[in-house]
Design a binder for this molecule. Structure first.
Ligand code: FAD
Ligand code: AMP
Length: 479
């Protein structure tokens, strides 16, 4: 029998690598198995998030935003740019460099914390044994006192739009185009579809987003989703709701997409098509039938609120378990699993998971929105403040959007916040911290905010809950 570990983690995404580092910090002998290899046969750590998800998408969003700014927003500043050239390959090289730096950083952290990286495809056997099949086909079985499953997720494919190399692609392919497509189709107006659609639209593609549902961003506060639809439409994203894709045909370098909308059958032709219709957990061949680990009715690994599976000593975290598919949720679960293995009793606060869509402006939210509170019969007081009345936002040409803060009508505790506007992701985090500490809207209203900052919109929204926002005319009764 080969080496024995206190903890073996399967998968090195933001769930797995964080769990492995935390377990090692707590003095546990830890290994992390990762199957991913680069073209030189070198192991790649970091999972979806670092390699083909959060980080590369944000790198391309940053480049495309700068390009769009230079080509559209300079004149008003009195800056003359002349002809602006754009080199896709340089943008991709920058993105690849960032990914390399971060994934290399994880290898360094593994080394420093004495986490043993093992290359290969892992399978959980009965009795907390882990079988690893290396690239050369050789198999080794490791023993562990505890196993953390963190094999993540992959894009969903749909029968009407099978992937065709370089023409019909998933999110991974959309991070690797070698030129800006003239006409780009996107199936799915979810978070990933809107982010990738924005990247290529800012670089000059004519982008059409086909979404089967008739509601835009149904998980977002209705008023803010409406605002987002308006702003993104103005930016040039042609978002068609109630448009279900029924078939695609690739002819040469173009793709024809058939879809049905309220008016009947329609067809569009694109140079490239991105399929962004969701992600599914990676569980194929991951667990032996007698491992004691079971799936839930949706195909995720079944776990309790502490990420324990039904096999004692086996945990599962991140995209393979219930809850939102988000990197920070995976990492928090990884820390919880490692600390529980070490005998501690941490919890994840699933009521306070922030969500962000990195369009421009960003859309971010935490807690409950107005529609959820109404359907649950919870009485609330809203506070709304537009960035158009925030000095810093106007000075930075970022006057679009608003902050919406909701407080419990009886206790005044903040129970939800949705923001569309500059730095919304970071602003929502401020509110989340307040919520974590059980803050009321009055607490936030009584807090001093620096001037001029974007966060003054959060302050004013809290004042608006109280009925006395300063920089807007309030129709509410003053306290
Ligand atoms: P993953 O990151 O998927 O990692 C799983 C790892 O396990 C992989 O490296 C895989 O190779 C390995 N593995 C699988 N099976 C085995 C096996 N049998 N043996 C060995 N290794 C195995 N989330 C955010 O929070 N913010 C964002 O801005 C964001 N943007 C995104 C943008 C895009 C384009 C995409 C696709 C995703 C984005 N996400 C974002 C989602 C985020 O990437 C995932 O929620 C996160 O990566 C999940 O982490 P994980 O550790 O559960 O799994
Ligand atoms: P998300 O799960 O947030 O990534 O969003 C995926 C989106 O794709 C959802 O809003 C789905 O309604 C949408 N979708 C799924 N199948 C189709 C289809 N055949 N045509 C158009 N949109 C689709």
């Amino acid at each position: 029998m080969s080496e024995k570990f206190d903890v073996i983690v399967i998968g090195s995404g933001p769930g797995g690598y964080v769990a492995a580092i935390r377990a090692a910090q707590l003095g546990l002998k830890t290994a992390c198995v990762e199957k991913w290899m680069d073209t030189d046969g070198k192991q790649v750590l970091g999972g979806t998030c670092l390699n083909i998800g959060c980080i590369p998408s944000k790198a391309l969003l940053d480049t495309s935003h700068r390009y769009h700014d230079v080509t559209h927003s300079m004149d008003v500043h009195g800056i003359e740019t002349g002809k602006v050239k754009f080199d896709v390959s340089k943008m991709m090289a920058r993105k690849d460099g960032i990914v390399k730096q971060l994934t290399g950083g994880i290898a360094g952290l593994f080394q420093a914390n004495k986490v043993k990286p093992i290359q290969g495809v892992a399978k959980l056997l009965a009795g907390k044994k882990v079988e690893v099949t290396a690239a050369d086909g050789s198999q080794t079985v490791y023993e562990a006192d505890n196993v953390i499953l963190a094999s993540g997720s992959v894009p969903v494919n749909i029968p009407p739009a099978p992937l065709v190399d370089g023409v019909v692609v998933d999110s991974t392919g959309a991070l690797e185009f070698d030129s800006v497509p003239k006409r780009l189709g996107v199936i799915g107006a979810g978070v990933i579809g809107l982010e990738l659609g924005s990247v290529w639209s800012r670089l000059g593609s004519e982008v059409v987003v086909l979404e089967a549902m008739d509601t835009f961003l149904p998980m977002v506060d209705k008023a803010i989703a409406k605002e987002a639809n308006k702003i993104l439409g103005k930016q040039g994203l042609d978002i068609r709701l109630n448009a279900r894709v029924t078939g695609t045909e690739v002819k040469g370098k173009k793709v024809t997409v058939n879809f049905v909308d309220a008016e009947g059958d329609k067809t569009e032709e694109f140079d490239k098509l991105i399929v962004c219709v969701g992600r599914k957990p990676v569980t194929d061949n991951l667990i032996a039938a007698d491992s004691g680990v079971n799936l839930d009715e949706r195909g995720f690994i079944f776990v309790n609120e502490h990420c324990e599976t039904e096999a004692p000593g086996v945990y599962a975290i991140g995209d393979i378990v219930r809850g939102p598919m988000l990197a920070h949720k995976a990492s928090e679960e990884g820390v919880m699993a490692a600390e529980r293995i070490a005998g501690q009793k941490p919890q994840v606060n699933y009521d306070l998971v922030p969500s962000v869509i990195y369009t421009h402006p960003e859309i971010a939210w935490v807690g409950k929105n107005e529609e959820q509170l109404k359907s649950e019969g919870i009485e609330f007081n809203p506070g709304v403040f537009p960035f158009a009345a925030v000095g810093r936002a106007l000075a930075s040409g970022e006057g679009e959007g608003m902050v919406k803060l909701l407080a419990d009508a009886k206790t005044d505790r903040i129970i939800g916040c949705t923001i569309i506007g500059p730095n919304a992701a970071d602003l929502v985090q401020q509110v989340l911290i307040a919520m974590e500490f059980g803050s009321t809207s009055e607490d936030l209203a009584l807090t001093m905010f620096g001037h001029p900052t974007f966060s003054e919109a959060v302050h004013e929204a809290a004042l608006d809950v109280q009925g006395h926002a300063i920089h807007k005319v309030s129709r509410k009764k003053r306290k």
